[in-house]
Design a protein around this ligand. Structure first.
Ligand code: SAM
Length: 280
């Protein structure tokens, strides 16, 4: 396991992913009933952008920096921006923040007392850090397990409402196949859960194959959204990314149709690439 998310913290793909996760959580918050958030590949939770690894790549220059320079934020983005501000102990972000919250921290900021979350992380060092971030937090369980095994072990949660985020590093050649198997298994165990899978856009043929396979094996509503900020001609580069959402909450398509083009406008500095939101 070579992947460390600290090198990529705050990249445009993080902004896209975390903005959408926060919108999904807002949908769950619309009912009083408790829900459970399951993050299969949780990372370390909170990223110190002053650390050498983050400074070396400065990938946040493609995401967090243009996001914070933007104006006229859509209302849907405010809970996510509030989460970034909260981890930096300010009310509003006016200067470049030191800390960037990953998916577990963005969601933790939005949970109510009745909600909880289950996090899995396989990297030995990263899981130690993650446990420290949520030390003594009764609403958060952190497990040092394979995220795909976590789906088998922890679904369905007792709340029977919630979101599963599948956000692997795509280090392994068979990652796409493993995700589809995990989705199918998850849905067998918990068919009404909302599932969000983040994926990289480097090679359109691979992505199209992945989406076609999901469609053939998952007999549920599937909403796909993508954001590309560079020309798709550039090979082997993270030109963009996407999210597959199985069992999307009510009106998610409309919400993403308002949010994702706004994100593209802010994050695609040279106005390359594009975005989409559609059912497949
Ligand atoms: C893209 S990062 C996750 C980022 C995080 N979800 C966020 O948005 O803040 C992927 C993480 O998965 C971890 N990982 C890799 N293989 C795993 C596996 N099989 N099970 C659980 N975690 C794994 C890596 O150590 C890495 O921290």
């Amino acid at each position: 396991m070579n992947y460390r998310h600290i090198y990529h913290a705050g990249i445009f793909a993080d902004i896209f992913k975390h903005a959408i996760v926060s919108v999904l959580i807002q949908s769950l918050l619309s009912k009083e009933k408790p829900f459970c958030y399951v993050d299969t590949h949780a990372g370390i939770g909170l990223y110190d952008l002053q650390q050498a690894a983050a400074q070396k790549t400065q990938e946040y220059a493609t995401g967090l920096v243009p996001l914070l320079r933007a104006e006229n934020y859509p209302a849907l983005l405010k809970p996510y921006l509030a989460a970034i501000a909260a981890y930096n102990k300010v009310d509003n972000i006016t200067v470049m923040p030191r800390y960037y919250p990953g998916s577990p921290c963005v969601v933790r900021h939005l949970l109510r007392e009745q909600d909880r979350m289950i996090l899995s992380e396989l990297h030995q060092e990263d899981v130690k850090y993650l446990k420290q971030v949520f030390w003594n937090d009764k609403q958060v369980a952190v497990h040092h397990v394979d995220g795909y095994q976590a789906i088998k072990a922890f679904l369905p949660p007792k709340e029977r409402r919630g979101l599963v985020l599948i956000d692997p590093p795509y280090e392994q050649e068979n990652e796409f196949a493993k995700i589809i198997d995990a989705l199918v298994m998850g849905l067998q165990q918990w068919e009404t859960g909302v599932y969000a899978v983040w994926y990289p856009l480097k090679d359109r043929m691979i992505t199209n194959h992945f989406l076609r396979k999901i469609k053939t094996r998952v007999d549920k509503e599937i909403l796909v959204t993508e954001l590309t900020i560079y020309s798709t001609e550039i090979k082997n580069t993270l030109n963009g990314c996407g999210m597959v959402i199985v069992n999307p909450p009510w009106q998610l398509e409309e919400k993403l149709n308002a949010l994702v083009p706004w994100l593209w406008n802010v994050l695609s500095l040279n106005k390359q690439g594009g975005c989409r939101v559609e059912f497949i």
